[in-house]
Design a protein around this ligand. Sequence first.
Ligand code: ADP
Ligand code: ZN
Length: 721
Amino acid sequence: MIVGVLVELSNKNIDKEFFYLVPDELVSNIKVGIRVVVPFGTQKLEGFVLEIKNDKEIDIELKEIFSIVDSEVILSNELLKLGKVMQEKTLSTLISCYQVMLPKALKAKNGVIINKKYDIYYKLGNIPEHLSKGQEKIIKLFENKNVVSREEIVSISSSILRTLESKNILVKDKVEHYRLDYDKVTKREYILTKEQRSVVDEIENSKDLVYLLHGVTGSGKTEVYIELICNIISKGKTAIVLVPEISLTPQMVKRFTERFGNRIAALHSALSEGEKYDEWRRIMRGEVEIVIGARSALFAPISNLGLIVIDEEHSDTYKQDDSSPRYNAIEMSIERAKLNKNCKVVLGSATPSLDSYARGKKDVYHLVSLPNRVNKKPLPNIEIIDMNKNLKNMRGHFSNILIEKIKSKIDLGEQVILLLNRRGYSSFISCKDCGYVFKCPNCDITLTYHKSTNNLRCHYCGYAEGMVDICPNCNNHSIDTIGVGTEKIEEELKLFIPKARIVRMDFDTTTKKGSHKKIVKEFSEHRYDILLGTQIVAKGLDFENVTLVGVINADTSLNIPDFRSSETTFSLLSQVAGRSGRKDKEGEVILQTFNKEHYAIRYVKYHDYLGFYNMEMQIRRELKYPPFYFLTYIRVSGKDNNICYKESLKIKKSLEKYLDKTIILGPSSSSLFKVNNVYRYGIILKYKKQDNLIPVLEKMIDVYKSNRKVIVDLNFNPRHF
Ligand code: ADP
Ligand code: ZN
């Protein structure tokens, strides 16, 4: 028997099957989709079995595999196919596409061992005639039981136990134990509103593949997902629910558990590798019907998939930008759905990405909507505070109006969420007095400050200008890069409202495992009055007692050096506003800004998604940005700045020759120009239709795959540059 094996090294040169002989004693255990250990040059590597050949003519030149790692298949046929599709879409190595699907414990990598956990049990063995007092006491424990767990006999020392075991009086046994326990919750079920019901019916009665559910904040999208899943499960199928990140997982898991009990597995970044491994095995063994998790949960080894839900589909966490394979989880979900008969994909958001909504309008996605809140109340009123005018009436970073409002809410026994917008912080330069921001004259993109060269640069086209310290708008000496953190805001709050009970939630306070869940739980039990945080507080949270949302600085995200900065801001502010007044009490929002007139802020004030969409689409069309054009980012990096730059120029020149319908920008130094002494340049491709794009880019990668001086990476339609 011969097997084709894809080894663990992610290197374009060896990213293909290598063939090995299987020794006779291993033949019966070989399956496609398991890991094996093979000789590779002088090394010993792990790899995945992709193919089995029962060839008669055996090539005796082939080496034999050393051993088999898995008894169960870890890459099903479906996932093997999906990996190939991902490779074609991202042009990364096939091995990286498979590795990204698996928890660390199951990745092909020699030497990584993550153990299963076991519960230890004892059974009675042969009881001798004469027992010591101590032994008798232990035997008594078995009076009404067949087995006794180690926990029940903690008081007995291990040396006594060992003696009993060696005399065969007690027999040790072990049962596999999953690390995660789900909280017990009481069952709960809602009767869908008429609007929810008609959305569910429309999705179920239609034959389309992808649906975009545009539902305002608090319109009950989650309940729609739950109902759809319920019906899928009753047909014997399964579902995957993707959420943007850990911040949403606890509440989502809780709502699903209330309905489905423990037939759910959760996969997210806060789990330990051991826990991920356990959850993964529960899924593979068919012990769950629903998987909830962040981006990579889309690769969960669940079979018989009937539905994939992507909540908060506008979230940029669905695109893996930072490492290869740079895949888009929405795109890959659709591909996965295609591999399952009648499987549907439902994308949901109050502020769909422009790309998705444009597809909805063109009927590429089937558009459904929930225009009203479940509680039949209007969306919260949004008051805009003009910081340019209000600077005199400020206390620290707070306008008097916001402080007074917070106080009155606390007096009423209601709760407050405060957002400190830190998106795009400190990468741009602005005037502290008037909020002026420097922009590229060619691209309408915020310029980024480069400390090493003390100038401002555009990451799209490479434009640069010198740093100044006087604001060209108001002529004050107030140009600044430094931003404020949540600690500082908390200090101010304590000073102005001493009685307020404040809890902070940002990436610093939530890195510890479970801390996030704890904050969510304690805030919902009203142990705090104010939840203060970065954009992590904007997404999806559902607290019934929150009636005020305050945004301390609406603007920073307008200045992210990215053509999506208005969209990001509109969506972030709409989402955070949507946390207010979700149940019986009506909510309100106070939004502090330097850019009162900016269209993103204006449309947020009127909860006008469509207005924003139309305006932004016009701008995108004019400036040739997505969704009118596709973008692809080519990164050239290396230790030698000169060589790096020269190679980027060379790439640009040759691409210009072959890609006749593509606009090519750069090379420009990227936002992280020099990291760990590695220099980076970026080339941006903009195109509507370029038929030969993939072969040309493949050729480029091929040319550079053995180059030791520079590395060339590709990112199709990145969310971050
Ligand atoms: P969205 O995800 O659209 O922001 P949610 O699904 O979180 O909205 O629903 C908002 C609130 O309304 C939640 O507290 C939810 O429990 C409640 N809710 C949703 N659907 C119903 C319903 N049919 N009957 C009663 N309450 C509902
Ligand atoms: Zn530019």
